[in-house]
Design a protein around this ligand. Structure first.
Ligand code: C2E
Ligand code: MG
Ligand code: MG
Ligand code: MG
Length: 285
């Protein structure tokens, strides 16, 4: 796929030799250009309270509307962005755009004021010394309230946070921003670290949700995470809920929140605006 892509980029029968490094550099340049050129967009996926299915949060998920390859999912470019550092400008764009959209929802749909906005942060962003200033600036600029913003971190950060990173996370918390651990259960996070970190949300990885019906071990891990959340006073959101049976099992083990195709797919901002105007779907502000 990459080889074909590289050949195509060479264009009109011109012949070029692509080394992997050159390919990485070319793709990095293309991605940075895409950020600056407005080729990125966000889709939004609601998370619901499993008791009653009302929307409690909306997660921003980035897509790349590539001029030749069409709509690309994050799996096609996030790893490269993380590797080259392009994730830093990309992530800043995502945060600004998501806060802008969510602030607009708050004015257009007052009943949606109780909803949280979740934004994914890459490890590189969290290690950035200016992160707190960037977040503060974007909140001020968009008018989105800090106490409705949830930043989703991967377990990798939780596992080995340096002191400066810990300080940064605590500073974000002081602003009122909440921290979530994404894909929880996949990265072997040392549970001990959870006590040191200002985490208010665990997102149970969808691999456990997928196995919850017929794999006793997946069920056991899911139940353990639900128990951990209860013990540490953290909310637990199950990812990738696709069947009513899974939702039932999650509720019975004490996992109160879920996100998945059973409820809502990720969708463009204007489609979500329409969804949010249906008051019966909303959590009380
Ligand atoms: P994630 O943060 O764990 O997001 C959940 C992913 O699961 C999304 O994939 C979503 O579309 C998918 N999903 C939701 N419900 C279901 C379901 O019921 N079944 C299945 N099979 N999948 C479901 P997506 O949009 O392809 O994003 C993949 C990952 O890319 C995200 O995983 C996140 O780690 C990363 N990502 C997305 N946007 C950003 C971003 O702005 N910044 C960073 N750093 N990473 C991002
Ligand atoms: Mg996420
Ligand atoms: Mg996740
Ligand atoms: Mg996941």
């Amino acid at each position: 796929d990459t080889a074909m892509y590289a050949a195509k980029r060479g264009g009109r029968g011109r012949y070029r030799v692509y080394t992997p490094e050159l390919d990485t550099r070319a793709r990095d340049a293309e991605l940075r250009h895409a950020v600056a050129d407005g080729q990125l967009l966000l889709h939004y996926q609601p998370a619901v309270d499993l008791r009653g299915d009302v929307i409690v949060a909306v997660e921003a998920l980035v897509r790349w509307n590539h001029p030749e390859r069409g709509l690309l999912m994050p799996g096609a470019f996030i790893d490269l962005a993380e590797e080259t550092g392009a994730i830093v400008p990309l992530g800043e764009w995502v945060l600004r755009e998501a806060c802008r959209q969510a602030a607009r929802w708050r004015t257009e749909v007052p009943a949606a004021a109780g909803i949280y906005l979740n934004v994914n942060l890459s490890p590189l962003q969290v290690k950035q010394s200016g992160l707190v200033e960037i977040v503060t600036g974007i909140l001020a600029e968009t008018g989105f309230p800090a106490d409705r913003l949830v930043l989703e971190l991967t377990e990798r950060i939780v596992l080995e946070p340096d002191e400066a990173t810990l300080d940064r996370l605590h500073a974000l918390c002081e602003l009122g921003v909440r921290i979530a651990v994404d894909d929880f259960g996949t990265g072997h996070a040392a549970i001990n670290y959870l006590r040191r970190l200002p985490v208010s949300l665990l997102k149970l990885d969808r691999s456990y949700v997928a196995g919850i019906d017929d794999d006793p071990r997946a069920y056991a891990v899911a139940a353990a995470v639900a128990g951990l959340g209860a013990a540490f006073g953290m909310h637990v959101v199950a990812e990738g809920v696709e069947t009513p049976a899974q939702a039932g099992r999650l509720l019975e083990m004490g996992c109160r929140y879920g996100q998945g195709y059973l409820y809502h797919r990720p969708q463009p901002g204007d489609e979500l605006t329409a969804l949010l105007t249906r008051a019966e779907l909303l959590v009380a502000p």
